[in-house]
Ligand binder design. Structure first.
Ligand SMILES: Nc1ncnc2c1ncn2[C@@H]1O[C@H](COP(=O)(O)OP(=O)(O)OP(=O)(O)O)[C@@H](O)[C@H]1O
Length: 573
């Protein structure tokens, strides 16, 4: 799709305005990489459809051949049967291949988008909404794409049938065309209203995902709170589920009513043909041909019409995928380069923040938090503590420092050189971090030469009795919260990056280990030459830092330099 780089992208179309996001254009660009198979499937399907129409004409001719059925007629009947069946099989196989390839492609594209999306957009878009796009919307688009060429076939048959009707009797075919025009108008109106319903149902689906997350992630809290449990079930989940049901049923009902109207029109046309054939002086073969073809074309036409609800859903899904794609596009082009980070990312360096400012988007009813302007130098090999009350902006500051957020204003200098989109990912490779809401991957792979080193760190962090290195991996990550954080620290040790950033690492540690962290582990890392940026609320240990940066209300209020001697003396004490 469109989501694919270097092609007409959903994001491009979205940039031109949501109203212009055309389903046909998106489906066409989705199919573009597989156009040969898609074209073959459609062509074979169309051949199958047209040969069916021809078959009908042949049957009609045979029925009215006074002299009996000729060998040529029988042969063409057999040949048309073969083309019809072979065309159908090839078309089905092609469709299956294209449908699955499109899904795989969409999933890969979206995965890549998420992996390279600006962090602030991921935080704002919310996990439950991403999950709905990744699962539900992609499934709908894939179902539609899968059926796309069979719809093209149905269209070919319908057009072929009407062409044949025109050949049989231009006057009578006018009646049929008038009925089709009326039916199409009714369907266009139904589609517009139905799509609005699907759009609203899709919004509710996001809400449902959010509630699903709440009941799975908050399972413990809900188990011990009966009132909340009942409330979430009865006033939240039940309401959202019911809303989706009723919106969908209403939208389907609109489409079904239009279908019933279409069917009724059909029988009206057949009735008119039978009633008026005398007036229009149509011969018997013409009338019977008309009736056979009309009855036959009802099938493909119904197929086209019944695809309309799916078409409505697919339009909504394409718009959602487009929105995600647009919001997740990133100006950093080099996020997936194969090259290892250069040597400049492995040595200590000076980082300077110059007039750096950032603000979160305003939430409805809440004032938005603004950080900065901030001026701060982080010197190679120093231990810097960031301290301040809750919500003062410490985590926001380190996200800017790490290059996870792009400053709205100001610059970050890396050894005096501004960090820009092209260098930001290299810059990030200098850091190892343990966030307060860190994610511990369970597939940390160690190089063989790291095994002994890892075992040493595990011992040192008092994890040796719980975790061992097995086949280049840690044997388990099923640990307590504090132990998991220690394992994250082992990983940071092994990563050997020059700058380590800890966001309240010690908060989950017992007092004894907290002391070890501040008085042994941090000084040990500093002695190795690593730069340390530590967010801390442990004022008992502020003295171990080289400098303490005090933050309040998004600003740096003071920077204290801790005298070397007292620090050494107190750390020893
Ligand atoms: N993703 C976000 N979207 C909008 N506002 C946010 C977001 N993350 C944080 N904020 C706001 O930014 C402010 C600063 O948050 P931040 O996490 O940087 O504070 P902190 O100093 O690290 O706090 P704590 O000590 O509690 O961890 C808060 O008022 C918070 O509401």
């Amino acid at each position: 799709m469109a989501i694919v780089e270097n092609e007409v992208s959903v994001s491009d179309t979205q940039a031109r305005g949501p109203a212009q996001t055309s389903l046909l254009r998106e489906i066409t660009s989705l199919l573009r990489p597989f156009w040969k198979v898609a074209l073959l499937a459609t062509a074979m399907g169309a051949a199958s459809g047209l040969s069916t129409v021809w078959l009908l004409a042949t049957v009609n001719r045979a029925l009215h051949a006074g002299t009996g059925v000729s060998a040529v007629l029988l042969l063409s009947f057999a040949a048309l049967c073969v083309v019809t069946i072979a065309g159908e099989i090839i078309s089905d196989l092609g469709n299956g291949y294209v449908g699955q390839s499109v899904v795989a492609r969409l999933r890969q594209d979206l995965t890549q988008k998420i992996l390279s999306a600006p962090i602030e957009e991921i935080e704002r878009f919310r996990v439950h909404r991403i999950t709905t796009v990744m699962n539900q919307d992609i499934d709908i688009i894939s179902t539609f794409t899968f059926g796309f060429s069979s719809l093209a076939i149905a269209l070919a048959i319908t057009i072929g049938c009407f062409a044949y009707l025109t050949v049989l009797s231009p006057a009578m075919s006018l009646i049929a065309v008038a009925a089709i025009a009326l039916g199409s108008w009714a369907h266009a109106a139904a589609r517009l209203r139905g799509r609005r319903g699907f759009e609203a149902a899709r919004e509710a689906q996001d809400e449902l995902q959010r509630q699903y997350r709440a009941i799975t992630e908050g399972a413990k809290e809900l188990r011990i709170d009966r009132r909340r449990r009942r409330r979430i079930r009865d006033t939240q989940l039940a309401v959202t589920i019911e809303r989706i049901r009723s919106l969908r049923v209403r939208a389907m009902r609109i489409f079904m009513s239009a279908n019933a109207f279409g069917s009724a029109l059909f029988f009206v046309v057949i009735g008119l043909v039978l009633a008026l054939h005398g007036t229009l002086s149509a011969s018997e073969p013409v009338v019977s041909g008309f009736v056979i073809v009309l009855l036959y074309v009802k099938g493909p036409l119904a197929q086209l019409i019944s695809a309309l609800p799916l078409l409505g859903q697919a339009q909504v899904a394409v718009r959602r995928v487009a929105e995600l794609s647009r919001r997740f596009s990133n100006s950093e082009a080099n996020l997936f380069v194969d090259t290892e980070p250069g040597p400049e990312t492995a040595r200590p360096c000076m980082i300077s923040m110059r007039r750096v400012a950032y603000s979160y988007p305003a939430d409805e009813g809440a004032s938005r938090f603004t950080l900065g302007p901030v001026d701060l130098d982080i010197r190679p090999g120093e231990m810097l503590f960031l301290v301040g009350e809750n919500g003062s902006g410490k985590t926001t500051l380190i996200k800017l420092l790490l290059g996870l957020y792009e400053p709205r204003d100001g610059l970050i200098l890396w050894d005096g050189v501004p960090v820009v989109a092209d260098t930001r990912d290299d810059y990030r490779q200098m850091f190892s971090t343990v966030f307060s809401d860190y994610y511990l991957f369970d597939d940390i792979v160690l190089r063989p030469e790291q095994a002994a080193e890892a075992a040493g760190y595990l011992e040192r962090l008092e994890l040796g009795h719980k975790v061992v290195v097995q086949d280049g991996r840690f044997s388990t990550v099923d640990l307590s919260t504090g132990q998991r954080k220690r394992l994250a620290l082992v990983h940071a040790y092994l990563d050997r990056r020059p700058i380590l950033v800890f966001d309240e690492w010690a908060a989950d540690q017992d007092p004894a280990f907290r002391r070890i962290f501040y008085t042994e582990i941090l000084p040990g890392l500093k002695r190795e030459g690593r730069t340390l940026v530590v967010i801390s609320h442990d004022d008992r240990y502020f003295h171990v830092a080289d400098r303490v940066v005090h933050m309040s209300d998004g600003r740096i209020r003071a920077i204290d330099t801790v005298a070397a001697e007292p620090r050494a003396a107190r750390a020893a004490g």
